[in-house]
Design a protein around this ligand. Structure first.
Ligand SMILES: Cc1cc2nc3c(=O)[nH]c(=O)nc-3n(C[C@H](O)[C@H](O)[C@H](O)COP(=O)(O)OP(=O)(O)OC[C@H]3O[C@@H](n4cnc5c(N)ncnc54)[C@H](O)[C@@H]3O)c2cc1C
Length: 490
């Protein structure tokens, strides 16, 4: 039998020499350097399925594979107390079609296509539409509570079904799913970082080399599932692929989402997709300390956003992602979101309540001048901007404002006035990922399947592009994770 390590090295060097862009060279070279430095393993263990990552995609995959009778191990690079990755931090919503009919599924797919400007992964959207309701029931059947769908948000075809409760929900989900995986025979190994995929003599994946508390361990397996999340915490990947300045942005979630899965997969020949430009990132303007929950998404389309020079710069009604990306271009990369008492009453009160619960200042003043000085904006310019905007509002829009506001425009005229300030852009999730097919099998760039290798979740499929509908990321993880688990166990 040939040495799988040697096989991996020859593929790596071929990739490195072929890589034309700085990003491609950067990823493969970083991964090769890590792998080349690995000493011989101190021990070896055998499983049917190795899952890398304990987030939503990894746990869905592990549970499905374990319930199918496979001997499963989940490798997680951080400690048990930090299990769950970005999924643990998520609001806990899954997006479901409005009903079980064909039309509702088609609408759901169309909705996602639209949000992703026609450049998302329609194949994955179709799978999400047809599987998510069954998969949520599967969670319930396995003792993982899921609440019924909420009322659908405005302007959306898709509605949202939530896990038990925002920010209390995901911890409960992870406690329950871990217990269920273990009761089905699955094993979790924490503080153990997967470093390198092993290849067999026919080019299939035969396991993972990982570093844990007792050194390098070889986890041999019939199949490996990469569910290691995205790359929001990897400055090198962000700067090479998204934008030279993207690495300076705040990371809203876990700092250790460093694209390990993408690098390991690329090392054995996998293709990557959807990595280029800011369209590959979900960016929201958030409080710079409370980056996870301190984001006023709900209020953005109704308020006006004013930069540190006292000017508006974006059509706020385009939503919080378009807003977050526009803030990147502003002086100092910060903004002030301004609204009045009417907007507070109609839409912003819950956001204020969240900010206050988090201890984040919500500025309030009886006059626009006072509000401007509270947030450190140039008073005259700030007031002129609000006054000009107010004058341009007619019938719920402000087409003559600079810049125009297409919809949801109302005059900022009823005291008291409020501001969330300063807000700065933060990356919520990354959209680029390992190429996969509908069976979650990892593909080379030319479409060839890499035998024995599967991937699911944020770092796989390039499901989304530019934007996603809330709940879509977790739905992708649940649906594609379960498919990966089923296929890997088979
Ligand atoms: C603040 C916030 C709120 C969000 N809210 C929502 C929401 O309400 N709805 C929604 O749909 N989406 C939401 N998202 C996005 C969503 O949470 C993520 O896209 C999704 O959870 C990713 O899941 P995953 O399983 O792919 O990866 P993760 O949940 O990030 O899990 C990956 C795991 O892999 C581990 N890992 C990485 N590398 C290795 C390695 N080399 N070896 C071993 N382990 C490794 C990591 O430590 C991590 O535990 C939110 C994101 C953030 C940051």
């Amino acid at each position: 039998m040939s040495d799988p390590h040697a096989n991996g090295v020859s593929r790596r060097s071929m990739l490195t020499s072929l890589g034309a862009g700085a990003g491609i060279l950067g990823l493969a070279a970083a991964s090769s350097a890590q792998a080349a430095a690995l000493p011989a393993p101190a021990s070896s263990e055998s499983f049917d399925v190795v899952v890398i990552g304990s987030g939503m995609a990894g746990c869905a995959a592990a549970l499905e594979a374990a319930l199918s009778g496979a001997k499963v191990v989940v490798l997680e690079k951080v400690s048990q107390s930090r299990m769950g990755g970005n999924s643990f931090l998520a609001g806990g919503s899954f997006a479901v079609p409005l009903d079980t009919g064909e039309q509702a599924r088609a609408d759901y797919v169309e909705d996602y296509d639209k949000y992703c400007l026609g450049r998302g992964n329609t194949e994955i959207f179709k799978l999400m539409a047809s599987h998510v309701l069954d998969d949520l029931k599967w969670l319930s059947d396995n003792g993982i509570e899921v609440l019924p769908a909420e009322n659908r948000p405005p302007n959306r075809v898709a509605t949202v079904q939530t896990a038990p409760a925002a920010f209390a929900g995901m911890p409960r989900l992870f406690k329950a799913i871990k217990e269920r995986i273990e009761s089905a025979g699955g094993v979790f190994v924490f503080d153990t970082k997967a470093k390198q995929l092993m290849l067999n003599e026919t080019g299939g994946v035969s396991g993972v080399r990982a570093i844990g508390p007792s050194g390098v361990v070889e986890y041999r397996a019939k199949a490996v599932i990469i569910a290691a999340g995205g790359y929001a915490g990897n400055t090198q990947i962000l700067e090479a692929y998204s934008d030279p300045n993207a690495g300076a942005m705040m990371v809203r979630g876990i700092k250790w989402a460093t694209g390990d899965g993408l690098m390991m997969a690329q090392d054995v020949g996998a293709g990557l997709k959807g990595m280029g430009g800011l369209m590959a990132l979900h960016i929201a303007a958030v409080d710079s300390v409370e980056t996870a929950a301190g984001q006023p998404a709900r209020a953005v389309p109704y308020a006006i956003s004013i930069n540190r020079e006292g000017r508006r710069f974006v059509d706020e009604s385009r939503g919080y992602v378009a807003h977050g990306k526009a803030v990147l271009e502003q002086p100092g990369q910060t903004t002030t979101l301004v609204f009045d008492e009417s907007i507070r009453k109609s839409v912003a009160a819950p956001v204020i309540a969240t900010f206050e619960r988090l201890g984040v200042t919500v500025h309030q003043a009886d006059t626009l001048e006072e509000l401007a000085s509270k947030v450190g904006a140039p008073v005259e310019e700030f007031v002129r901007t609000v006054t000009a905007f107010n004058a341009a509002v007619a019938d719920g829009a402000a087409p003559g404002a600079t810049p125009p506001k297409a919809t949801l425009a109302s005059r900022i005229e009823t005291a008291p006035f409020y501001a969330f300030s300063p807000l700065a852009p933060g990356i919520t999730l990354t959209f680029g990922g390992i190429m996969i097919n509908a069976n979650a099998q990892v593909l080379e760039a030319d479409g060839r399947v890499i035998p024995g290798l599967f991937a699911a979740g944020e770092g796989a499929g390039a499901a989304f592009h530019h934007d996603y509908i809330g709940g879509g990321a977790l739905t992708n993880c649940l649906v594609m994770g379960r498919i990966a688990g089923r296929q890997a166990a088979a």
